[in-house]
Design a protein around this ligand. Sequence first.
Ligand SMILES: Cc1cc2nc3c(=O)[nH]c(=O)nc-3n(C[C@H](O)[C@H](O)[C@H](O)COP(=O)(O)OP(=O)(O)OC[C@H]3O[C@@H](n4cnc5c(N)ncnc54)[C@H](O)[C@@H]3O)c2cc1C
Length: 311
Amino acid sequence: MEKVVIIGSGPAAHTAAIYAARAKLEPVLFEGMMAAGVAAGGQLTTTTEVENFPGFPKGISGPELMMNMRQQSLNCGTRIETKTVTKVDFSARPFRIFIGDVVVEAKTVIIATGATARRLGITGEERLWQKGISACAVCDGGLPIFRDKPLVVIGGGDSAVEEATCLTKFASKVYVVHRRDALRASKVMQERLLANEKVEMVWDHVPIEAVGDKVLEGVKVRNVKTEKEKVLDANGLFYAIGHKPNTDFLEGQLNLDDSGYILTFAGTTKTEIEGVFACGDVQDKHYRQAITAAGTGCVAALEAERYLSEH
Ligand SMILES: Cc1cc2nc3c(=O)[nH]c(=O)nc-3n(C[C@H](O)[C@H](O)[C@H](O)COP(=O)(O)OP(=O)(O)OC[C@H]3O[C@@H](n4cnc5c(N)ncnc54)[C@H](O)[C@@H]3O)c2cc1C
């Protein structure tokens, strides 16, 4: 039986693995095989430069950062399995983790399966992803390709308003494209956004095409009332249409919030089942950064270690 099984492969999972391995808990980490449509290594494998992870003054590419974390997990003694967990059974102890028909038993489980940014699937999206299209303004907004350039944000909720406000610091202009004629975000945030002279609202429009050959040069939008189309000249397109936490495999065995994020006790990574911990973006819909995911990964390993020594 395993002492600690870690499910996931982003910064939260690998930080938990490094701490658990150094505590001689011999963790096993299931990194997934294109789990939730993302390669092992998680969301940072889908980006280019990471400039805000401490320790890399010149920045580091997302895939390289994740390769380094994986290697560090291995060096510390983690066993990594390139398999996707399909089901869990937390109804009895030891806990059971399923990889298809194969069952692994564990005393503690750390869930770090992250979340996947929702995409629109518009024409040109695949080709221009990370060549002008991003799903994270806080992460990518300051990159040179977006500085002093016109940018487009898609969405109308709190995170869209937050992302658009953040982009006004770097952009020459920010178009906010929303399919309705009013935002869903809170009044205070809306007022702050609408008062910013760099912002232009594009009401009642939906994006239909990312325009550009090698990099994004514009966004074609369609008016949902008149069906008229136009192209907004822009060098950046930011999706702010939400994330999907990767919790389907739990099949209702842990308490989730309305959006599917795992609920943990405040200030901890403890779930309502003792011995089951959740860290990273799968339980954090507010900050969603590599460093915050890594931080909670550390907490999860320390809490698992304490749980094991007490039981
Ligand atoms: C385009 C983009 C750019 C970003 N840039 C930055 C940046 O510059 N700086 C920054 O701090 N943050 C950035 N972020 C945010 C950052 O990537 C996330 O906050 C961070 O990766 C979350 O880490 P995590 O460990 O919670 O999980 P994730 O990175 O989401 O990784 C979890 C992974 O676990 C695996 N998995 C899922 N389900 C299963 C399963 N059932 N079995 C086994 N494995 C499974 C999958 O591979 C999954 O992707 C960016 C995000 C995106 C989308």
